[in-house]
Ligand binder design. Structure first.
Ligand SMILES: Nc1ncnc2c1ncn2[C@@H]1O[C@H](COP(=O)(O)OP(=O)(O)OP(=O)(O)O)[C@@H](O)[C@H]1O
Ligand SMILES: [Mg+2]
Length: 323
């Protein structure tokens, strides 16, 4: 489908995909030839991006031509800078300003190996959380609410459950890409989609799958706890989609040189939604998910639409699993 047609299709679209980033960041990415602990190191390339898992999902969605709006919290001077950088990307956003603290700066050091220094971020007050819940009063039937990333300090870990509840009340689809208790709690609200990677699946089920059929079996347990559709990402091995109805599907990832696998899962969520909104078919959504995830892994930062399309033509039709 051509971009021109897609843009026309989505301009007419009457849905919105909201993303929530509770603890966004300014991502400061520096390159250095070598990194020595306890010594002065000099960088030779520095970049600053608005960061956070929901932000990545919104940016990828926008690149794929879907309507999106990023929500969350920002604080202090760094929060202002974050909002300015986000505005420069052209995506719509509606961040709540916190009264205290500052949006965190996460430092990513690219050298022979990659090192990251992620800050804790500001405390989110109960008042700010209520303001976010109020904003979700604007959700409509057919919208999607993407809840991704870890839950910051001070925020109750059932926050995603509460927000997913709001989505359900509005007739919107909730997508949860999180780990641990926040994800476990959200299951009771019957999210439309969850996207655990293998570690997150293990954390949730307590079992390490020894085969794809075994993996599907443990996912069925999560569905009994409330999850509807489950997309398990397997990094370089591709993905498995276990729909709430019908057989599970599996697809390998295209091969390529990995440049940056962080954020591949976020792009995968965006790719899945783009495929689903376009075709309403799970197999094509799964292909688009893997194409966007792999394109992200093969690019330095988030991939362009052309890079996703280049991987899409390299994906094969998903195979049906018997479990
Ligand atoms: N090494 C790789 N080669 C090819 N594709 C990859 C590779 N790593 C990731 N991908 C693609 O990205 C998708 C998501 O990857 P992964 O399972 O690593 O997500 P994740 O752990 O949630 O990532 P993150 O949370 O850092 O965004 C995979 O299903 C695959 O399509
Ligand atoms: Mg992930």
């Amino acid at each position: 489908m051509s971009t021109v047609f897609l843009n026309f299709f989505f301009r007419k679209a009457d849905f919105m995909i909201y993303t929530v980033t509770l603890n966004p960041s300014l991502d400061y990415i520096v390159h250095t030839d070598c990194l020595a602990l306890g010594a002065l190191n000099r960088t030779h390339d520095e970049r600053l991006y608005p960061g956070g898992k929901g932000i990545n999902v919104s940016l990828m969605l926008a690149r794929l031509g879907l309507p999106t709006c990023a929500l969350g919290f920002a604080a202090g001077l760094t929060g202002q800078m974050f909002s300015e950088l986000l505005a420069e990307t052209g995506i719509a956003s509606d961040f709540i300003a916190l009264d205290c603290g500052m949006t965190r700066i996460n430092v990513k050091i690219k050298s022979a190996a990659e090192s990251e220094l992620n800050a804790a971020g500001p405390e989110v007050s109960a008042k700010a959380l209520r303001a976010l819940e109020q904003k979700l009063g604007g959700l409509c039937t057919g919208d999607t609410l993407v809840l991704s990333g870890s839950v910051p300090q001070g925020v109750p870990c059932d926050i995603y459950a509460r927000l997913a509840h709001r989505a359900a009340q509005a007739g919107a689809f909730a997508v949860v890409d999180a780990a641990g208790q926040a994800l476990a709690d959200a299951l009771t609200e019957h999210p439309f989609l969850i996207k655990p990677n293998l570690d997150e699946l293990r954390g949730l089920t307590g079992c390490t799958p020894h085969s794809l059929d075994h993996l599907v079996e443990s996912v069925r347990g999560l569905q009994q706890q409330g999850a509807q559709n489950v997309l398990v990402s397997l990094a370089g091995e591709g993905a498995v989609l276990v729909p709430c109805e019908g057989k599970a599907l599996t697809i390998p990832a295209p091969h390529g040189r990995v440049r940056n696998s962080v954020g591949a899962g976020d792009c995968m969520v965006a790719g899945f939604l783009s495929g689903l909104y376009q075709t309403r078919e799970f197999p094509t959504a799964l292909q688009a998910a893997v194409a966007a995830g792999s394109a992200s892994a093969f690019s330095d930062w988030l991939p362009t639409e052309e890079e996703v399309c280049a991987q899409l033509v390299r994906t094969i039709l998903p195979a049906t699993l018997h479990a």
